[in-house]
Design a protein around this ligand. Structure first.
Ligand SMILES: [Zn+2]
Length: 452
């Protein structure tokens, strides 16, 4: 042990400059015999002096000049070097600096960190990538019964995997491609535990789930479907715009959100505005009715009634409206089973709302961070994980002696000891609420609605 607190090494000498320290060190375990033929006589064959970077100290950057003895075995002819315990030879950094960099990147930019430790930015990025790969390899998240697959646009669309019941983030994948998603699903710790999967209408997701999780049923969340009904109505509004005066156009643009909202969510004055638009523009009125009638399908008490209500709705569409609502009717056709599965297993609005809030927060932040850093931040920042509570009886019991128990009770001491075996308690993923608080600290979350 020495000033550097680096075990296995002896400190020879050190020097300093205004911003840096440089220590010369030597291993405590030099070779006395040949590691190849075990001969006791080995010759010293020159010294190498590579410099490694270590943790900053007293606000200064630290370099470690390693006096590395080179040997030659006269018997077998091999040459070899002293070992460098606790060092990453490839990047010329100490293992502890590597850890430090990986953790600090979660809260600081690469450039600032590179400057602080005295490495170039590229090396800091590489070290970070290696640390994340290591964390990923060790991570064992509990496989959810209700899996959510969403997407977030960060540079390009990325795949977001969630645990619906626990409201946690399981992982982010760099793309929404079939192979990426299927590979992830196949590597879940217990893929057969997944019973339901919710998703947006994206075919590669459906194919990946069918192939990797054949036992799971797919549900398209209501949110993704009804927004297509809103898009149909909005398409009509856009077309009618052309027939309006500049002033009317502006007012309609302003009022378009009222049209998209449900009538029961409107204030009396807003209702009057909606009525005047739908009365004066009959096609808009019809589209508004169609949108409302479509929303009503989701109030059906059973899958059979919902299917019947949908058939009636589709028949009731006028030729003119059909074109505007065709993306919706096409989706209803292509995703029939998955859309109507919703009536067997509705996804809660609370989940959808908080997942959407999280996705919005990620999207905003995504502009300032690289995908890899944001992902690592969301998965590995200390304290964001939600942990599993072991089921009663799932941990081994140990006998407590009758008299010891009585003794403790008399003394007013706790009669049990809670054992927190970290390795036994698995993570459930990163908590949505904690992530939103971390990513969008300037936004208050309403505790009732969960809205930012
Ligand atoms: Zn030898």
């Amino acid at each position: 042990m020495n000033l550097l607190n680096l075990s296995g090494w002896a400190l020879d000498q050190w020097e300093e400059s205004p911003h840096d320290y440089r220590f010369t060190i030597k291993t405590l375990a030099s070779y006395t015999s040949c590691p190849f033929c075990h001969s006791d006589t080995i010759d010293k064959h020159g010294i190498l002096t590579p410099e490694f970077r270590d943790l900053p100290m007293h606000g200064k950057r630290v370099g470690l000049v390693v006096q590395r003895q080179r040997y030659r075995c006269p018997r077998c002819g091999h040459t070899f070097l002293d070992q460098v315990p606790g060092m990453d030879e490839h990047h010329r950094v100490t293992a502890r600096l590597k850890m430090y960099v990986a953790e600090k990147v979660l809260s600081r930019p690469f450039t600032a960190l590179a400057e602080e430790v005295g490495l170039d930015e590229k090396t800091v990025r590489v070290l970070f990538g290696e640390a994340v790969a290591n964390w990923d390899a060790q991570r064992r998240v509990v496989t959810p019964e209700f899996l959510g697959i969403d997407e977030v646009v960060m540079g390009q669309p990325r795949c977001v995997l969630t645990n619906i019941r626990e409201q946690t983030l399981l992982d982010l994948l760099p793309s929404r491609r079939y192979d990426r998603v299927a590979t992830y699903l196949l590597h879940l710790s217990k893929p057969q535990a997944v019973r339901w999967v919710t998703m947006d209408m994206w075919r590669p997701y459906r194919e990946a789930v069918r192939d990797a999780l054949p036992q799971a049923r797919i549900v398209v969340d209501k949110f993704h479907v009804i927004r297509m009904a809103n898009a149909g109505l909005d398409g009509v509004r856009k077309q009618l715009r052309l027939s309006l005066s500049a002033k009317e156009r502006k007012t309609l643009m302003h009022d378009r959100f009222l049209l998209l909202r449900r009538p029961h969510d409107l204030q009396p004055m807003e209702q009057v505005l909606v009525e005047s638009w739908t009365r004066n523009l009959p096609l808009l009125g019809d589209a508004y009715q169609a949108k409302e009638a479509f929303f009503a399908i989701y109030e059906a008490p059973s899958q059979a009634l919902a299917e019947r209500a949908y058939q009636d709705w589709e028949k009731s569409l006028s030729k003119e409206l059909e074109a505007f609502f065709s993306p919706l009717t096409t989706a209803m056709h292509n995703w029939h089973d998955e859309i109507f599965a919703y009536f067997d297993q509705p996804v809660t609005n609370a989940y959808t709302e908080s997942a959407n809030n999280l996705i919005r927060a990620m999207q905003r932040l995504g502009r300032g961070y690289s995908f890899e850093v944001l992902r690592a931040k969301m998965l590995y920042t200390a304290g964001v994980q939600k942990l599993e509570t072991p089921r009663y009886g799932s941990e081994p019991f140990t006998a407590v002696m009758q008299d010891r128990m009585a003794h403790r009770l008399l003394q007013g001491m706790p009669t049990h000891q809670v054992r927190r075996d970290v390795t036994a308690i698995r993570p459930l993923g990163s908590d949505f609420a904690k992530l939103i608080a971390m990513l969008a600290p300037e936004h208050r979350i309403d505790p009732h609605s969960g809205k930012i």
